[in-house]
Design a protein around this ligand. Structure first.
Ligand code: DGL
Length: 271
């Protein structure tokens, strides 16, 4: 019973796996098709035109996989490529981006100053300020581009002295000094959430850290249930993980999320 078609998810690399894992934890019966566009990583430094092109091409591919929903599990692609994806999707396909559900969180929050750390592309688009102020104009939004973080994580540098130094350098930035909430505005960052929490603990600062992966997974669940599109067919099939280029570090890092069962398939959509 229900809708057995898979949920398509994409990002530039492993970051979207934080969202994929959160969706899997909330909706364990759902089959996932994941596309990591490692050939074009990092998205954060690319032009809006390139991001639109990548987002459109990957969405087309996910549609060929018969996906019932597409989750843009990348803040950069959500801010710069989201509109394009919406244009090419048939209206019966559910589209979830990673920014709107986080902005909606501010409808009913006591937060006065929110900080966003994200890629240059996301920060440059001003999308968090616009989206949050649309639902709550009282919240002041301060954004800081933190371009080293995604590459550091993609290369497997976390929970070590290098990551601690980079995190401390960014989070001690003047622009973030008055914040009460920190939005992890890149889907790679939940991987270093504990290190970020430790940084604030060491500074004796009480900052709420928003992990968008869980918030987005809840939105996916809510949207699918409202359209009667979940499946109750346990084990509809294995998940599929595609990458546009293969790297060992990517494969190692992906195992953190789905264990050894994870097999990556290389698929170059740009041949
Ligand atoms: N994970 C991506 C995001 O949420 C981007 C990382 C990158 O490719 O620069 O923005």
């Amino acid at each position: 019973m229900g809708d057995n078609r898979p949920i398509g998810i994409f990002d530039s690399g492993i970051g979207g796996l934080t969202v994929a894992k959160a969706i899997h934890d909330l909706l364990p019966n759902e089959q996932l098709v994941y596309f990591g566009d490692t050939a074009h990583f990092p998205y954060g430094d690319k032009s809006p035109e390139s991001i639109e092109l990548y987002s459109e091409k990957i969405s087309d591919f996910l549609l060929t996989q018969n996906c019932k929903a597409i989750v843009i599990a990348c803040n950069t692609a959500s801010s710069l490529g989201g509109k394009k994806v919406l244009e090419v999707l048939p209206s019966d396909i559910t589209l979830v981006d990673v920014i709107t559900p986080v902005a909606d969180f501010f409808k009913s929050t006591k937060s006065e100053v929110a900080g966003v750390i994200a890629t240059k592309g996301t920060v440059g688009s001003g999308v968090y300020r616009k989206s949050i102020n649309k639902v709550n104009p009282k919240v002041e939004v301060q954004s800081l581009a933190t371009p080293l973080l995604a590459s550091m994580i993609e290369e497997g540098f976390f929970n070590n002295t290098i990551s601690a130094t980079v995190i401390s350098e960014y989070l001690s930035h003047e622009i973030l000094k008055d914040i009460d909430t920190l939005i992890l505005g890149c889907t790679h960052y939940p991987i270093i959430e504990t290190e970020i929490l430790n940084y604030y603990k060491q500074c004796s600062k009480s900052i709420r850290v928003l992990n968008s992966a869980k918030i987005v997974a809840e939105e996916v669940k809510r949207r699918l249930i409202s359209k009667n599109m979940t499946t109750d067919n346990k084990g509809v099939g294995n998940h599929h993980f595609f990458v546009s280029d293969f790297t060992n570090s990517f494969e190692e890092s992906t195992k953190i999320f789905f264990g050894d069962q994870l097999r990556l398939e290389k698929l170059n959509l740009w041949k």
